[in-house]
Each structure stands twice: as C-alpha cells, then as structure tokens.
Write a protein that binds this ligand. Structure first.
Ligand SMILES: [Zn+2]
Length: 111
C-alpha cells in the first residue's frame, strides 16, 4: 500500500468538513459529531472513495466520469456542497479551493 494517496485523504477530509458544516446548520446537531443521517452519508462517501477504481489518479468526485454514487445520495451530497461550499472558504480555504466546488453545481444535473 504505497501511497493510498493524499488526494483521496484530502477528498475524505473535505467531505467530512462539509458534512459537518451542513449538519450543524441544518440539523442543529450540537456536538462535534454528526447526526445519524449525516453519519450515514459520510460513511457512504468514504466507502465510495475506498472503492474508487482510479485510486490516486482520481479526479475529484465531481469531475469523475464514473458516477458511483447512487442518484439520491448524489442529490444529498450536492445539497451539502451547495450549503457548505461558500462557508468552506472561511473555515477551510485550502480544502475548498482544492475541491473546485462549482463542479458539483455546474455539471449535468440529471441523474
Ligand atoms: Zn446532520
């Protein structure tokens, strides 16, 4: 397992940070942890990243040609990103920029 790569780690961190922001804003979850619903979403996202066939060559999920997310989950993730995206700039500027958030909103929306 040479480098189970920075890229994926970063993407994991990004999605965690975003779900946290979203959860706190929408579900009024007080602790550092996530509510069960958001935890499930995160777990799903992490499983997808683990199984990603592109490994370290992976584009960000938003740009990826393989739509491995189920449609309804994708919708959920998109909501999270739309909400958390602008807020990420303040809390996690590095992650936010690296992730190229807009991709989620501007790519094809069907699915
Ligand atoms: Zn939540």
């Amino acid at each position: 397992m040479a480098k189970r790569d920075n890229r994926l780690r970063r993407e994991e961190k990004t999605i965690l940070a975003m779900i946290r922001i979203y959860c706190r804003g929408h579900h009024r979850h007080k602790k550092e942890s996530l509510c069960p619903e958001c935890q499930e979403l995160l777990a799903y996202a992490e499983r997808r990243l683990d199984k990603c066939p592109f490994g370290s060559d992976k584009p960000t999920c938003a740009q990826c040609a393989v739509h491995c997310y189920k449609a309804d989950i994708r919708r959920q993730v998109r909501q999270v990103m739309q909400y958390a995206g602008p807020r990420m700039i303040w809390r996690h500027p590095y992650l936010a920029i690296m992730h190229l958030l807009n991709q989620w909103n501007t790519k094809k929306t069907q699915g």
